[in-house]
Design a protein around this ligand. Structure first.
Ligand code: NAP
Length: 294
């Protein structure tokens, strides 16, 4: 019950109203008996004022998405090493007015894999796309000491910037990261044959591209037989990539674990408590897939 002692947390983004974070955090507060509530704030800009509001209203913490992930950084007091590496934050923790920015997306991806007893350490990892979520995954895979990371990125205006960012991540983690043109299917086919993981971080497989594969089927067929296939997309539950990869005998994971664990890590930073993941997972399954996980 909300009363005079209730601690407020929230989500800054535009759009924000679709977010599953209020469901995840409010259910967690309720389950653990924490007197707190979490609201979505759909705000287009006003980054300085938005950061000031965290201090002024004594919010416990904030999650952030577009356009806040990079724009709010100038108004924070400290960044974690991961947030510095990425130049982006998805979580702000308020410690008595001192605002700390972190990025839990990549660590959430790794924690999700760990739930299935999977690890990227010493593995050859191929990543399709390198946008905001893709870079977070690339950095986390590097921080977890993959053997080598192959990134496939379209050769457009952001190619050189991504190459530079991947070099910085590689230097900081001492992990080799190679960035290849997405269109070079011969190279992709050669590399996938040696890969332990294929991770799709592009939008291909959802929305208007729901019926599409992010790579030609013949290239997917070249993937090493024991490779694990991950898609950051969680709606639909199984993208065409995951359907095809499952049919080819690969172990597959969608992006729901990443969503849950990026939230769980933020929740722990704010409250010092573990998110009740089984309850949150069940609620998300019911909301997203209208079925209960067995
Ligand atoms: P983003 O910043 O817009 O990045 C999208 C990436 O996909 C870019 O690298 C883009 O390439 C690439 N891409 C898009 N269309 C492509 C195409 N036709 N061919 C090749 N590459 C293409 O988006 P984001 O925030 O990283 O999100 C990416 C995906 O991850 C989305 O599906 C999102 O739903 C999902 N996601 C999941 C979670 C989770 O918790 N599970 C969290 C965040 C995001 P260019 O760089 O060349 O434009």
């Amino acid at each position: 019950m909300i009363d005079g002692h209730t601690q407020l947390y929230g989500f800054y983004a535009n759009p924000a109203k679709h977010s599953l974070s209020p469901l995840m955090h409010n259910l967690s507060f309720k389950t653990l008996g924490i007197n707190a509530t979490y609201l979505a704030f759909e705000i287009p800009e006003h980054f300085e004022q938005a950061a000031a509001a965290i201090r002024a209203l004594d919010l416990g913490g904030i999650n952030l998405s577009h356009p806040f992930k990079t724009a709010i950084i100038d108004y924070l007091d400290e960044l974690t090493p991961t947030a510095q590496l990425l130049g982006a934050v998805n979580t702000v923790t308020n410690r008595n007015g001192y605002l700390i920015g972190d990025s839990t997306d990549g660590a959430g991806f790794i924690a999700g894999l760990a739930q299935h007893q999977q690890s990227v350490t010493a593995k050859t990892v191929s990543v399709l796309g390198a946008g905001g979520a893709g870079l977070a995954v690339i950095a986390a895979v590097a921080q977890n000491q993959a053997k080598v990371i192959h990134v496939f990125k379209r050769q457009n205006a952001t190619f050189d910037k991504i190459v530079q960012r991947c070099h910085e991540i590689g230097d900081a983690t001492q992990v080799e990261i190679q960035v290849h043109p997405y269109a070079d299917q011969a190279e992709m086919t050669r590399i996938l044959a040696q890969s332990d993981y294929l991770i799709n971080t592009t939008n291909i497989g959802m929305g208007q591209a729901q019926d599409q594969l992010p790579l030609p089927l013949t290239t997917l067929e070249a993937l090493a037989p024991a490779a694990i296939v991950c898609d950051l997309i969680y709606v639909p539950k199984a993208t065409r990539l995951l359907q095809q990869a499952t049919a080819l005998g690969h172990t597959c994971y969608n992006g729901l674990d990443m969503l849950i664990y990026q939230g769980a890590l933020a929740f722990e930073e704010w409250t010092g408590e573990e998110m009740p993941v089984p309850q949150v997972t069940k609620a998300l399954y019911e909301k997203l897939y209208a079925t209960v996980k067995i």
